[in-house]
Design a binder for this molecule. Structure first.
Ligand SMILES: Cc1cc2nc3c(=O)[nH]c(=O)nc-3n(C[C@H](O)[C@H](O)[C@H](O)COP(=O)(O)OP(=O)(O)OC[C@H]3O[C@@H](n4cnc5c(N)ncnc54)[C@H](O)[C@@H]3O)c2cc1C
Length: 270
């Protein structure tokens, strides 16, 4: 269950995100201050993992998790292994900090090239914090691989190809995709499986989480982190939700109905 034993190999890109309701913006650095928010695995990434595990049940082979982030991401990757992944890779280095999507995709691509043979790289459709949805197509670009976004169904087709159904405006389309390919998976398209408690002990204690630095993946310093990010977050401000005006009507049902009709009439445009 450790080294990539050959066979069909799916890599699932997994991001750990702050709980949206607990996100705090650091007024100085204008970046998200994660320390103040509890974290969770980006929900669509669990749908991507579930899709990878279902494909493994059909095609055999193995599933790896790949993440770029600070050391505290590790326990979340172990969670993914207790769900069924075979191994995990964490790209962690202070020099990765402040990365925009160009630098993030370059770093993840270097990680995949270091891992070696791969057939499918699955991502969630978007993260719940940056929510740019730019990483999957950007990753495919660096890897010079085919790509499909917003997939909700994937089945093996003939040799070296996948039949993928993806959501498009007003419907869906079916594509035959040559592997290797990068595919982003729609959120909520499947039910992520429960933790396998037999695996859990292995996942928490013995499962292999390989941690690589910028040097380990041979990353160019001008293409990672702040130096590698043409996009800078110029300003972040908390926008309060606007409170909808509400009025509680009291009285008998007839009185309420009359008052409602009167109010609607006053609101109705002449
Ligand atoms: C509020 C905010 C706004 C931002 N705006 C921009 C912007 O406009 N332009 C820009 O370039 N950057 C922006 N960023 C930075 C951007 O969030 C990071 O570059 C981030 O690492 C990747 O972008 P994303 O979160 O939008 O990913 P998305 O493209 O939305 O993520 C899609 C999928 O890619 C995979 N993925 C994403 N990040 C990782 C990771 N670190 N490790 C493993 N898999 C991953 C996951 O499977 C995820 O589901 C912003 C960040 C924040 C917090």
């Amino acid at each position: 269950m450790t080294e990539n034993s050959g066979g069909f190999h799916t890599i699932v890109c997994m991001k750990v995100v702050p709980r949206p309701e607990e996100v705090v913006v650091d007024p100085q650095t204008k970046t998200l201050d994660r320390a103040k928010a509890r974290s969770l695995v980006n929900p669509p990434d669990l749908n991507a993992l579930e899709m990878a595990l279902e494909l493994k049940e059909i095609c055999g082979g193995s599933v790896s998790i790949l993440s770029m982030g600070p050391p505290f991401f590790e326990p979340y990757l172990r969670l993914a292994m207790s769900l069924g992944a075979d191994r995990a890779y964490l790209l962690s280095d202070r020099t990765f900090g402040g990365a925009d999507t160009l630098a993030t995709t370059y770093t993840l691509a270097r990680g995949i090239q270091k891992i070696g043979k791969w057939d499918l790289a699955l991502c969630g459709e978007e993260s719940s914090d940056g929510a740019t949805a730019q990483v999957p197509p950007g990753l495919a670009e660096w890897l010079d691989a085919a790509q499909v976004t917003y997939a909700f169904q994937m089945t093996p087709a003939d040799q070296g190809r996948m039949r993928v159904r993806r959501e498009v405006k007003g419907g869906w389309e079916e594509l035959l995709v040559s592997l290797p390919a990068v595919v982003s998976v729609k959120g909520n398209v499947n039910e992520p499986r429960f933790i396998d408690f037999d695996r859990r002990r292995w996942a928490l204690n013995d499962s292999p989480v390989t941690v690589w630095s910028a040097a380990d993946i041979g990353a160019r310093s001008d293409l990672i982190g702040f130096p590698g990010s043409p996009t800078t977050v110029a300003g972040v401000r908390q926008v309060g939700g606007h409170e909808r005006r509400k009025q509680f009507l009291e009285g008998t049902p007839e009185e309420i109905a009359r008052e409602l009709a009167r109010l609607l009439k006053t609101q109705a445009k002449p």
